[in-house]
Design a binder for this molecule. Sequence first.
Ligand code: NAP
Length: 310
Amino acid sequence: MTDISSAGTFTLGDRAVNRMGYGAMQLAGPGVFGPPKDHDAALAVLREAVASGVNHIDTSDFYGPHVTNELIREALHPYADELVIVTKVGARRGTDKSWIHALARPELTEAVHDNLRNLGVDTLDVVNLRIGGVTKPSEGSIEAPLTVLAELRQQGLIRQLGLSNVTPQQLAEATRIADVVCIQNMYNVAQRDDDRFIDDLSSRGIAYVPFFPLGGFTPLQSAALDAAAASLNATSMQVALAWLLQRAPNILLIPGTSSVTHLRENLAAATLQLPPDTIVGLDLIAGSGKRALNQDDSIQEKEGAQPVQS
Ligand SMILES: NC(=O)c1ccc[n+]([C@@H]2O[C@H](COP(=O)([O-])OP(=O)(O)OC[C@H]3O[C@@H](n4cnc5c(N)ncnc54)[C@H](OP(=O)(O)O)[C@@H]3O)[C@@H](O)[C@H]2O)c1
Protein backbone atom coordinates (compact mmCIF):
# COMPACT_ATOMS: atom_id res chain seq x y z
CA MET A 1 0.00 0.00 0.00
CA THR A 2 1.34 3.46 -0.90
CA ASP A 3 2.38 5.76 1.91
CA ILE A 4 0.40 8.80 0.79
CA SER A 5 1.76 10.90 3.64
CA SER A 6 4.90 11.46 1.56
CA ALA A 7 2.90 14.03 -0.44
CA GLY A 8 2.55 16.05 2.74
CA THR A 9 -0.39 17.71 4.42
CA PHE A 10 -2.15 21.06 4.23
CA THR A 11 -4.47 22.69 6.71
CA LEU A 12 -8.03 22.80 5.48
CA GLY A 13 -9.65 25.30 7.78
CA ASP A 14 -8.77 23.98 11.22
CA ARG A 15 -7.66 20.44 10.32
CA ALA A 16 -4.60 19.09 8.53
CA VAL A 17 -5.39 16.65 5.73
CA ASN A 18 -3.19 14.58 3.48
CA ARG A 19 -2.73 16.37 0.17
CA MET A 20 -3.71 13.19 -1.64
CA GLY A 21 -7.47 12.81 -1.22
CA TYR A 22 -10.35 11.26 -3.12
CA GLY A 23 -13.32 12.63 -5.10
CA ALA A 24 -16.47 10.51 -4.86
CA MET A 25 -18.40 11.79 -7.89
CA GLN A 26 -17.50 8.82 -10.10
CA LEU A 27 -19.22 6.43 -7.69
CA ALA A 28 -22.71 7.35 -8.91
CA GLY A 29 -24.21 5.84 -12.04
CA PRO A 30 -23.58 6.98 -15.64
CA GLY A 31 -23.77 10.75 -15.99
CA VAL A 32 -23.37 11.03 -12.19
CA PHE A 33 -26.98 9.91 -11.97
CA GLY A 34 -28.58 7.00 -10.18
CA PRO A 35 -26.93 4.07 -8.39
CA PRO A 36 -23.47 2.71 -9.18
CA LYS A 37 -23.17 -0.15 -11.62
CA ASP A 38 -21.51 -2.19 -8.85
CA HIS A 39 -22.59 -1.21 -5.34
CA ASP A 40 -20.02 -3.37 -3.52
CA ALA A 41 -17.21 -2.14 -5.73
CA ALA A 42 -18.14 1.45 -4.85
CA LEU A 43 -18.00 0.64 -1.13
CA ALA A 44 -14.65 -1.08 -1.66
CA VAL A 45 -13.17 2.02 -3.31
CA LEU A 46 -14.20 4.22 -0.38
CA ARG A 47 -12.93 1.77 2.24
CA GLU A 48 -9.62 1.25 0.47
CA ALA A 49 -9.12 5.01 0.11
CA VAL A 50 -9.52 5.55 3.85
CA ALA A 51 -7.49 2.44 4.72
CA SER A 52 -4.70 3.90 2.56
CA GLY A 53 -4.64 7.10 4.58
CA VAL A 54 -7.02 9.32 2.62
CA ASN A 55 -8.59 11.70 5.12
CA HIS A 56 -10.14 14.19 2.68
CA ILE A 57 -13.11 13.06 0.60
CA ASP A 58 -15.00 15.35 -1.76
CA THR A 59 -18.68 14.73 -2.43
CA SER A 60 -22.06 16.37 -2.96
CA ASP A 61 -25.64 15.40 -2.38
CA PHE A 62 -26.36 16.25 -6.00
CA TYR A 63 -24.16 13.34 -7.14
CA GLY A 64 -26.79 10.72 -7.84
CA PRO A 65 -28.59 12.72 -6.35
CA HIS A 66 -27.92 11.49 -2.79
CA VAL A 67 -26.10 8.38 -4.08
CA THR A 68 -22.48 9.20 -3.23
CA ASN A 69 -23.34 10.53 0.22
CA GLU A 70 -25.34 7.41 0.99
CA LEU A 71 -22.43 5.25 -0.19
CA ILE A 72 -19.98 7.22 1.95
CA ARG A 73 -22.22 6.75 4.98
CA GLU A 74 -22.66 3.03 4.32
CA ALA A 75 -18.96 2.44 3.76
CA LEU A 76 -17.40 4.66 6.39
CA HIS A 77 -19.86 5.65 9.14
CA PRO A 78 -19.06 6.13 12.03
CA TYR A 79 -16.32 8.30 10.60
CA ALA A 80 -12.75 8.41 11.85
CA ASP A 81 -12.00 11.63 13.71
CA GLU A 82 -9.38 12.63 11.16
CA LEU A 83 -11.66 12.22 8.12
CA VAL A 84 -12.73 15.52 6.55
CA ILE A 85 -15.71 15.22 4.20
CA VAL A 86 -16.16 18.21 1.94
CA THR A 87 -19.53 18.59 0.29
CA LYS A 88 -21.03 21.21 -1.96
CA VAL A 89 -24.37 22.89 -2.47
CA GLY A 90 -25.76 25.27 -5.07
CA ALA A 91 -27.08 22.88 -7.71
CA ARG A 92 -29.79 20.32 -8.22
CA ARG A 93 -30.32 17.70 -10.88
CA GLY A 94 -33.01 17.65 -13.53
CA THR A 95 -34.65 14.35 -14.42
CA ASP A 96 -32.71 14.59 -17.70
CA LYS A 97 -29.45 14.48 -15.63
CA SER A 98 -28.89 18.23 -16.16
CA TRP A 99 -27.18 20.44 -13.57
CA ILE A 100 -29.41 23.30 -12.47
CA HIS A 101 -28.46 26.17 -10.17
CA ALA A 102 -30.14 25.96 -6.76
CA LEU A 103 -28.93 29.07 -4.97
CA ALA A 104 -32.11 30.39 -3.39
CA ARG A 105 -32.33 30.43 0.42
CA PRO A 106 -34.81 27.50 0.72
CA GLU A 107 -32.80 25.41 -1.76
CA LEU A 108 -29.51 25.97 0.06
CA THR A 109 -31.08 25.30 3.45
CA GLU A 110 -32.67 22.11 2.20
CA ALA A 111 -29.38 21.03 0.59
CA VAL A 112 -27.46 21.46 3.84
CA HIS A 113 -30.06 19.41 5.73
CA ASP A 114 -30.04 16.74 2.99
CA ASN A 115 -26.25 16.48 3.29
CA LEU A 116 -26.44 16.23 7.07
CA ARG A 117 -29.02 13.47 6.88
CA ASN A 118 -27.45 11.47 4.07
CA LEU A 119 -23.93 11.66 5.49
CA GLY A 120 -25.26 10.94 9.00
CA VAL A 121 -23.59 13.87 10.78
CA ASP A 122 -24.68 16.77 12.99
CA THR A 123 -22.20 19.20 11.44
CA LEU A 124 -20.77 19.25 7.91
CA ASP A 125 -16.97 19.59 7.95
CA VAL A 126 -16.69 21.85 4.89
CA VAL A 127 -19.40 23.07 2.52
CA ASN A 128 -18.46 24.55 -0.84
CA LEU A 129 -20.86 27.00 -2.40
CA ARG A 130 -20.94 26.06 -6.09
CA ILE A 131 -21.33 29.04 -8.39
CA GLY A 132 -20.65 29.47 -12.11
CA GLY A 133 -21.25 26.96 -14.87
CA VAL A 134 -20.36 23.29 -15.10
CA THR A 135 -16.67 23.98 -15.72
CA LYS A 136 -16.06 27.74 -15.66
CA PRO A 137 -16.82 30.58 -13.28
CA SER A 138 -18.70 33.69 -14.35
CA GLU A 139 -18.64 37.04 -12.59
CA GLY A 140 -21.52 38.19 -10.44
CA SER A 141 -22.30 38.80 -6.80
CA ILE A 142 -22.37 35.77 -4.50
CA GLU A 143 -23.40 37.73 -1.44
CA ALA A 144 -26.96 36.38 -1.18
CA PRO A 145 -26.22 32.63 -1.27
CA LEU A 146 -23.05 32.91 0.80
CA THR A 147 -24.93 34.86 3.48
CA VAL A 148 -27.35 31.94 3.78
CA LEU A 149 -24.49 29.48 4.30
CA ALA A 150 -22.78 31.82 6.77
CA GLU A 151 -25.99 31.85 8.80
CA LEU A 152 -26.22 28.05 8.72
CA ARG A 153 -22.62 27.99 9.90
CA GLN A 154 -23.52 30.30 12.77
CA GLN A 155 -26.21 27.77 13.70
CA GLY A 156 -23.53 25.08 13.98
CA LEU A 157 -24.56 23.06 10.93
CA ILE A 158 -21.33 23.79 9.03
CA ARG A 159 -17.78 23.95 10.37
CA GLN A 160 -16.00 25.63 7.41
CA LEU A 161 -16.97 27.25 4.11
CA GLY A 162 -15.41 27.03 0.67
CA LEU A 163 -16.28 28.17 -2.85
CA SER A 164 -16.43 26.34 -6.16
CA ASN A 165 -16.31 27.70 -9.70
CA VAL A 166 -15.48 31.23 -8.63
CA THR A 167 -13.22 34.10 -9.68
CA PRO A 168 -10.75 36.06 -7.53
CA GLN A 169 -13.27 38.92 -7.48
CA GLN A 170 -15.91 36.62 -6.04
CA LEU A 171 -13.48 35.42 -3.38
CA ALA A 172 -12.79 39.06 -2.46
CA GLU A 173 -16.52 39.63 -2.02
CA ALA A 174 -16.86 36.38 -0.06
CA THR A 175 -14.17 37.20 2.48
CA ARG A 176 -16.19 40.24 3.55
CA ILE A 177 -18.97 37.82 4.53
CA ALA A 178 -17.20 34.71 5.85
CA ASP A 179 -13.83 33.00 6.11
CA VAL A 180 -13.16 30.83 3.07
CA VAL A 181 -10.89 27.80 3.58
CA CYS A 182 -10.81 26.34 0.06
CA ILE A 183 -11.45 27.08 -3.60
CA GLN A 184 -12.52 24.26 -5.93
CA ASN A 185 -12.16 25.17 -9.61
CA MET A 186 -11.27 23.24 -12.74
CA TYR A 187 -7.51 23.00 -13.14
CA ASN A 188 -5.05 20.43 -14.45
CA VAL A 189 -1.82 20.25 -16.43
CA ALA A 190 -3.71 21.23 -19.60
CA GLN A 191 -6.18 23.76 -18.12
CA ARG A 192 -4.31 26.45 -16.27
CA ASP A 193 -6.59 29.49 -16.17
CA ASP A 194 -6.13 29.67 -12.40
CA ASP A 195 -2.32 29.83 -12.28
CA ARG A 196 -2.24 33.29 -10.71
CA PHE A 197 -5.22 32.58 -8.48
CA ILE A 198 -3.46 29.51 -7.06
CA ASP A 199 -0.33 31.46 -6.22
CA ASP A 200 -2.38 34.16 -4.50
CA LEU A 201 -4.32 31.56 -2.50
CA SER A 202 -1.08 29.83 -1.54
CA SER A 203 0.30 33.05 -0.07
CA ARG A 204 -2.93 33.40 1.95
CA GLY A 205 -2.96 29.82 3.25
CA ILE A 206 -6.18 28.93 1.38
CA ALA A 207 -6.41 25.44 -0.10
CA TYR A 208 -6.93 25.04 -3.84
CA VAL A 209 -8.69 21.79 -4.77
CA PRO A 210 -8.74 21.27 -8.53
CA PHE A 211 -11.66 19.39 -9.98
CA PHE A 212 -11.06 17.37 -13.15
CA PRO A 213 -7.40 16.84 -12.12
CA LEU A 214 -7.28 14.01 -14.68
CA GLY A 215 -9.42 15.80 -17.25
CA GLY A 216 -12.79 14.68 -15.87
CA PHE A 217 -15.22 13.25 -18.40
CA THR A 218 -12.58 13.50 -21.14
CA PRO A 219 -9.42 12.11 -19.53
CA LEU A 220 -6.18 13.93 -20.35
CA GLN A 221 -4.33 12.78 -23.44
CA SER A 222 -0.94 14.27 -24.19
CA ALA A 223 2.23 13.12 -25.88
CA ALA A 224 4.22 15.07 -23.29
CA LEU A 225 2.45 13.30 -20.44
CA ASP A 226 3.03 9.92 -22.08
CA ALA A 227 6.72 10.68 -22.62
CA ALA A 228 7.19 11.80 -19.03
CA ALA A 229 5.39 8.70 -17.80
CA ALA A 230 7.59 6.42 -19.90
CA SER A 231 10.75 8.07 -18.62
CA LEU A 232 9.67 7.69 -15.00
CA ASN A 233 8.20 4.20 -15.23
CA ALA A 234 4.85 5.64 -14.21
CA THR A 235 1.47 6.14 -15.86
CA SER A 236 0.30 9.34 -17.54
CA MET A 237 -2.38 9.81 -14.88
CA GLN A 238 0.21 9.48 -12.12
CA VAL A 239 2.37 12.10 -13.81
CA ALA A 240 -0.64 14.45 -14.11
CA LEU A 241 -1.30 14.09 -10.38
CA ALA A 242 2.35 14.40 -9.37
CA TRP A 243 2.59 17.58 -11.47
CA LEU A 244 -0.30 19.09 -9.47
CA LEU A 245 1.33 18.13 -6.17
CA GLN A 246 4.54 19.84 -7.22
CA ARG A 247 2.75 22.86 -8.73
CA ALA A 248 1.91 24.51 -5.38
CA PRO A 249 1.86 23.43 -1.73
CA ASN A 250 -1.77 24.46 -1.20
CA ILE A 251 -3.08 22.13 -3.92
CA LEU A 252 -5.10 19.23 -2.50
CA LEU A 253 -5.95 16.36 -4.83
CA ILE A 254 -9.35 14.70 -5.18
CA PRO A 255 -8.98 12.45 -8.24
CA GLY A 256 -12.18 10.55 -8.92
CA THR A 257 -12.47 6.89 -9.75
CA SER A 258 -14.93 4.04 -9.44
CA SER A 259 -12.16 1.45 -9.62
CA VAL A 260 -9.91 0.11 -6.87
CA THR A 261 -7.19 -0.47 -9.45
CA HIS A 262 -7.27 3.15 -10.57
CA LEU A 263 -7.48 4.31 -6.96
CA ARG A 264 -4.26 2.46 -6.12
CA GLU A 265 -2.58 3.87 -9.21
CA ASN A 266 -3.65 7.40 -8.31
CA LEU A 267 -2.59 7.16 -4.67
CA ALA A 268 0.83 5.93 -5.76
CA ALA A 269 1.36 9.31 -7.43
CA ALA A 270 1.91 10.67 -3.92
CA THR A 271 5.40 9.19 -4.01
CA LEU A 272 6.28 10.21 -7.58
CA GLN A 273 8.90 12.95 -7.79
CA LEU A 274 9.11 14.79 -11.10
CA PRO A 275 12.59 16.04 -12.03
CA PRO A 276 12.82 19.75 -12.97
CA ASP A 277 13.33 19.08 -16.69
CA THR A 278 10.21 16.91 -16.73
CA ILE A 279 8.22 19.75 -15.16
CA VAL A 280 9.51 22.14 -17.81
CA GLY A 281 8.15 19.84 -20.51
CA LEU A 282 4.81 19.39 -18.75
CA ASP A 283 4.45 23.14 -18.24
CA LEU A 284 4.43 23.50 -22.01
CA ILE A 285 1.29 21.38 -22.37
CA ALA A 286 -1.00 24.26 -21.53
CA GLY A 287 0.93 26.50 -23.87
CA SER A 288 2.33 28.80 -21.24
CA GLY A 289 5.45 27.51 -19.60
CA LYS A 290 5.50 30.83 -17.79
CA ARG A 291 6.06 29.65 -14.26
CA ALA A 292 8.77 27.10 -14.83
CA LEU A 293 10.76 28.82 -17.52
CA ASN A 294 10.42 32.45 -16.49
CA GLN A 295 11.38 33.55 -19.99
CA ASP A 296 9.70 35.38 -22.85
CA ASP A 297 6.03 34.40 -22.71
CA SER A 298 5.41 34.74 -26.44
CA ILE A 299 8.18 32.24 -27.20
CA GLN A 300 6.75 29.78 -24.70
CA GLU A 301 3.28 30.06 -26.17
CA LYS A 302 4.51 29.28 -29.68
CA GLU A 303 6.56 26.36 -28.46
CA GLY A 304 3.90 25.09 -26.12
CA ALA A 305 1.44 23.65 -28.62
CA GLN A 306 0.99 20.01 -27.72
CA PRO A 307 -1.75 17.56 -28.65
CA VAL A 308 -3.95 17.68 -25.58
CA GLN A 309 -7.57 16.87 -24.94
CA SER A 310 -9.14 17.71 -21.68
N1 NAP B 1 -16.97 21.67 -8.02
C1 NAP B 1 -17.36 21.15 -9.15
O1 NAP B 1 -18.10 21.79 -9.91
C2 NAP B 1 -16.88 19.78 -9.52
C3 NAP B 1 -17.04 19.34 -10.83
C4 NAP B 1 -16.58 18.07 -11.14
C5 NAP B 1 -15.97 17.28 -10.18
N2 NAP B 1 -15.83 17.73 -8.92
C6 NAP B 1 -15.13 16.92 -7.89
O2 NAP B 1 -13.85 16.63 -8.37
C7 NAP B 1 -13.58 15.22 -8.24
C8 NAP B 1 -12.64 14.80 -9.35
O3 NAP B 1 -13.22 15.04 -10.60
P1 NAP B 1 -13.68 13.91 -11.60
O4 NAP B 1 -13.78 12.60 -10.92
O5 NAP B 1 -14.89 14.40 -12.29
O6 NAP B 1 -12.55 13.92 -12.68
P2 NAP B 1 -11.04 13.35 -12.71
O7 NAP B 1 -10.59 12.97 -11.35
O8 NAP B 1 -10.27 14.32 -13.49
O9 NAP B 1 -11.18 12.07 -13.65
C9 NAP B 1 -12.05 11.04 -13.39
C10 NAP B 1 -12.08 10.15 -14.64
O10 NAP B 1 -10.79 9.61 -14.83
C11 NAP B 1 -10.87 8.18 -14.76
N3 NAP B 1 -9.70 7.73 -14.02
C12 NAP B 1 -9.41 7.95 -12.72
N4 NAP B 1 -8.23 7.40 -12.40
C13 NAP B 1 -7.74 6.84 -13.51
C14 NAP B 1 -6.57 6.11 -13.81
N5 NAP B 1 -5.64 5.89 -12.89
N6 NAP B 1 -6.39 5.67 -15.07
C15 NAP B 1 -7.32 5.88 -16.03
N7 NAP B 1 -8.47 6.56 -15.81
C16 NAP B 1 -8.67 7.03 -14.55
C17 NAP B 1 -12.16 7.85 -14.08
O11 NAP B 1 -12.69 6.63 -14.56
P3 NAP B 1 -12.75 5.31 -13.62
O12 NAP B 1 -13.92 5.49 -12.71
O13 NAP B 1 -12.93 4.22 -14.61
O14 NAP B 1 -11.45 5.23 -12.89
C18 NAP B 1 -13.04 9.01 -14.52
O15 NAP B 1 -13.58 8.77 -15.80
C19 NAP B 1 -14.95 14.57 -8.30
O16 NAP B 1 -14.96 13.32 -7.69
C20 NAP B 1 -15.80 15.59 -7.58
O17 NAP B 1 -15.76 15.31 -6.20
C21 NAP B 1 -16.26 18.98 -8.58
